[in-house]
Design a protein around this ligand. Structure first.
Ligand SMILES: *Cc1c(COP(=O)(O)O)cnc(C)c1O
Length: 457
């Protein structure tokens, strides 16, 4: 399998190079040069299914037995024998719990595997990387947990001091591993992001440290998410099923679209947004128009643009990288782009539906699911359930992707249901574990000096 850039100017690469590169050199995102069809599915564990479904994407680059072992190791960290259990909440209505991983969010599904893939590829090449990232809460802990056992990866995560919740901070600062470092920046999340950008833009520093990132645009993250759509469809007996996905950067729902291209009988893909609804407005108006970001109860979906959408746009342009690059350039300068009526009719209309939930609707959905089924859901999942209930078609089962454990958002859950969701057993002593973090001012030179000082050479 070879990979091409959505902007058509970067060299074609194999899987291992795409994994380490993240972004393509022309600013585009890597996609496989064709969509493979699903292999015949093994019976047995989720890890076995994962190895089979992803095999065509790593073919020729990662040894088959080694890849199967990485999948087993990655998913052994999930605290449920089904890894991603499917739970029924109504007639023909299901949620798939993607949050049984170490940090209680669906990002673990991808990052537990991606950390192991990084270590495998780097050790084969005799290389090391330093991952730097900024977090406003959830991605930082999932990235840290994904790489904490990697011999060839160091990680430094910056977070805004005093602006992440106790649970979120402790999920990062209590990880006791020699390659894991957190920095509490005296500033905002935007300051943290600017520091990370500045480190990447400093070519000498970037080269010295061999800087890397595990952004949601990394192909391997999207790839790992295809598997659970296959698992859900398989569990429901291969009948047509719709999927509802609480959406931010479009990575999760894009994985559903790819699963459909590979042969999963997905009827509709329902995109749920919160008040930051650039995607829902696109699906309604055929125009992508950037707007400001407002904080909501579902912070992991508080985005201004959905970067993974570029991969679907590339398909809508019949894989013309030049046309995609032009559209993205227009969007960057004007904050606006639209697609042709026939593109919309061919690619969007038959598959995608969309709906938005404001905070009041999110709380009402959490309350009604609890009243009806006794199940506590987190605010992100509630956005998905609400969209599913408004956009589903009679007679077609619908599966909502449950992207976070309710205990990650205890205040919203308590407000909606009156119930305080307990942390699962393995995290119940989180608030007593010793923390390790380094407070630093919002100062590039100081942060760079810190990164240099912790790099294991
Ligand atoms: C990241 C995240 C999302 C959004 O997923 P995308 O792939 O960016 O669309 C939704 N819910 C939770 C809990 C998340 O952490």
């Amino acid at each position: 399998m070879r990979y091409v850039s959505t902007r058509g100017q970067a060299p074609e690469l194999g899987f291992a190079d795409v994994l380490l590169a993240g972004l393509a050199t022309d600013g585009g995102l890597y996609v496989p040069d064709h969509w493979p069809t699903l292999p015949s599915l093994p019976t047995g564990s989720y890890a076995d299914l994962a190895a089979a479904v992803m095999a065509p994407f790593v073919d020729g680059e990662i040894d088959e037995a080694a890849f199967a072992a990485m999948c087993r190791d990655a998913y052994s960290t999930f605290r449920h024998p089904a890894t991603v259990p499917l739970v029924q909440i109504g007639p023909d209505e299901w949620v798939m719990e993607l949050f049984h991983g170490p940090t209680l969010a669906f990002k673990d599904v991808a990052l537990q595997l991606v950390g192991r893939l990084f270590d495998h590829v780097l050790s084969a090449r005799g290389e090391r990387v330093m991952i730097v990232g900024a977090t406003s809460g959830d991605t930082g802990s999932a990235a840290i947990d994904g790489v904490k056992s990697c011999d060839n990866v160091d990680i430094v995560i910056l977070y805004p001091q005093g602006r992440v919740s106790d649970v979120q901070r402790r999920q990062m600062t209590t990880v006791d591993a020699p390659n894991v470092h957190t920095v509490a920046i005296d500033g905002t999340f935007d300051d943290c992001q600017d520091l990370v950008k500045a480190m990447f833009n400093d070519a000498a520093f970037r080269g010295d440290m061999n800087l890397s990132a595990v952004n949601s645009i990394n192909w391997a993250r999207v790839m790992a998410q295809i598997v659970y759509y296959v698992a859900a469809s398989d569990a429901l007996g291969d009948q047509p099923v719709s999927f509802s996905v609480p959406t931010g950067n479009f990575g999760n729902v894009l994985a559903g679209w790819i699963a459909r291209e590979m042969g999963v009988p997905a009827h509709s893909l329902i995109v749920g947004s919160n008040t930051n609804d650039i995607l829902t407005r696109f699906f309604e108006s055929q125009a992508m128009v950037a707007d400001g970001v407002v904080p909501t109860l579902s912070p992991s979906m508080d985005i201004q643009v959905s970067s993974n959408f570029e991969r679907l746009l590339f398909e809508m342009n019949d894989r013309d990288g030049g046309a995609t690059a032009d559209q993205m350039a227009l969007f960057r300068t004007s904050g606006r782009m639209s697609v042709e009526a026939d593109q919309y009719a061919n690619w969007i209309e038959p598959v995608f539906r969309a709906a938005r939930s404001d905070d009041a609707d999110t709380l009402a959905t959490m309350a009604s699911v609890y009243r009806e089924s006794g199940m506590l859901i987190d605010p992100h999942t509630a956005v998905g359930v609400s969209a599913a209930r408004r956009q589903r078609e009679a007679g077609v089962p619908v599966v909502t992707m449950a992207t976070a454990h309710p205990a990650k958002f205890p205040d919203a859950v308590k407000k909606a249901t009156g119930v305080h969701p307990a942390l699962p057993e393995h995290l119940s002593d989180l608030l007593e574990r010793p923390e390790r973090t380094t407070p630093l001012p919002n100062d590039l030179a100081r942060v760079q000096a810190f990164v240099r000082s912790v790099a294991r050479r």
